[in-house]
Design a protein around this ligand. Structure first.
Ligand code: NAP
Length: 426
């Protein structure tokens, strides 16, 4: 009976969904051993380091991941970095197939003057900072000014804008990293703009996220009604308005119509504002936009760019346009496959990765030939290398959750790699 060894690189949603698709494909005649390799000592990818802490429901998908990980044909190799602890060849030689699920972690650049000034940061830094990603444990966000501008009209921009604009008390019972929670409590930011370069009809926000905004208790949210009316008109001129756009515009209208309370904190959406220049002598002082009615300058103290992501390059893998070069998830002339954002680019919600990974795994199974005799990667790692296997991770997870209990939080995250490793020590 053919038994295949499959490596999955990256323990985020698309990696787990690839593992699940393999597990679902097991028959009497076809079985798999699945090894998931993850650079960090913690799995779950953006469910841990991307999803906003005030959206805990989205994180419940981690239960599905843990179920997948508890199957006997699954092993976690956390704290193991491809390109450092293991080479791509180690994987392609020792496995029948290698699935890259490495995501997109680098923030795209605007390419405008002033973008590199101090206090001009990327969502690719800000989000992992407030979520306790070890790479951003020492990152500093200057929240001493009053006005922040978030560039981009997608859900990541909305997460960043909301986290900056809400009363930090609303984060007290969340798993926001302690360092960020403390800084947000001391934040002077009171006015936050989220800007889209095109009209509201092109905004990439989704309606459920927009509908959450009028519920904010301590922040007034503004959208210009004329901008929504114009978006409606422009969309109608092109034919029937699609369902998702209609619900977006309706959700925006609800925001516009919600009575304002004169809260000191505000979040305001701007449309048809194309960033032209970030101005400042040694740090951000203002942003200049070009708009249909001419240039507009908004004085501000912090700029967060949330305009999409690119994949981090892994040696030995061919990339183009921020993605791993692939055809339907197959990487040419190799036993490598790719799923998730590394395959498609940075689009889609967590669930999108499930059907996507299932399609790629179907092709992978079609391609499988004779199973290779292969070694165990555990033997390629030095004896002293601390592998975070599933039981090790379960101990980290339990310790974080236990630390949260006394503080009314779902968990208290350990942020540095040494702290995480200590937490899970047997
Ligand atoms: P996104 O949805 O693709 O939005 C990116 C935004 O950046 C777009 O508004 C785009 O405008 C704008 N942009 C791109 N280049 C720009 C430039 N040079 N200047 C100004 N604006 C520019 O990407 P995202 O927000 O990073 O989200 C990625 C995916 O994760 C999305 O599918 C999103 O729905 C998902 N996500 C979901 C949730 C959730 O469900 N709660 C939370 C976070 C993320 P144009 O349209 O004009 O190009």
């Amino acid at each position: 009976m053919p038994h295949y060894k499959i490596a999955i690189v990256g323990a985020g949603p698309s990696g787990y969904f690839a593992a699940q698709a393999l597990q679902n494909s097991v028959t009497e005649d076809l079985t798999f051993s699945i090894d998931m390799i993850e650079r960090l000592p913690t799995p779950w990818g953006l469910v841990r380091s991307g999803v906003a802490p005030d959206h805990p429901k989205i994180k419940t998908v981690s239960k599905v991941f843990e179920k997948i990980a508890s199957e006997p044909n699954f092993r976690l190799f956390g704290n193991v970095e491809l390109g450092k602890d293991l080479s791509l060849e180690d994987l392609t030689n020792n496995y029948d197939a290698v699935v890259m699920a490495t995501g997109s972690a680098i923030g795209k650049k605007l390419g405008i003057p002033g973008e590199d000034l101090a206090n001009s940061i990327s969502a690719a830094q800000f989000v992992p900072w407030y979520n306790g990603h070890p790479d951003y444990a020492d990152f500093k966000v200057d929240l001493s000014g009053k006005v922040a501008v978030v560039i981009g009209a997608g859900n990541v921009a909305m997460d960043c804008g909301r986290i900056l604009a809400i009363d930090p008390k609303e984060l007290d019972e969340t798993d926001t990293a302690d360092h960020a929670h403390q800084d947000l409590h001391g934040s002077n930011i009171r006015k936050v703009f989220i800007s889209g370069r095109r009209g509201a009809e092109f905004a990439a926000f989704t309606a459920p996220e927009l509908r959450d905004l009028p519920k904010l208790e301590h922040t007034d949210v503004y959208i210009n009604e004329e901008a929504i009316a114009l978006a409606h008109k422009n969309a109608e001129a092109k034919g029937e308005i699609e369902k998702h756009l209609a619900s977006n515009l309706e959700a925006m209208k609800l925001i516009a119509e919600t009575p304002k309370h004169g809260h000191p904190r505000s979040l305001e959406f701007l449309f048809s504002h194309t960033p032209k220049e970030i101005v400042g002598s040694d740090k951000v002082e203002a942003i200049v936009y070009s708009t249909p009615s001419g240039d507009v300058t908004i004085p501000c103290d912090l700029v967060v760019t949330a305009i999409g992501y690119e994949a981090t390059v892994i040696p030995g893998v061919v990339y183009a346009a921020g993605k791993i070069t692939n055809i339907d998830g197959r990487v040419k002339d190799s036993n490598i496959y790719v799923v998730g954002w590394a395959k498609r680019g940075p689009s889609g919600v967590i669930g999108t990765n499930k059907s996507d990974a299932a399609e790629v795994v179907k092709l992978l199974i079609l391609d499988l030939k004779d199973a290779k005799a292969s070694g165990d990667i555990a033997e390629l790692l030095s004896d002293s290398h601390k592998i975070v296997d599933q039981p090790y991770w379960v101990r980290i997870n339990q310790a974080e959750v236990a630390a949260g209990e006394s503080r009314g939080k779902p968990r208290v995250k350990a942020v540095s790699v040494p702290d995480l490793l200590r937490l899970g020590q047997p």
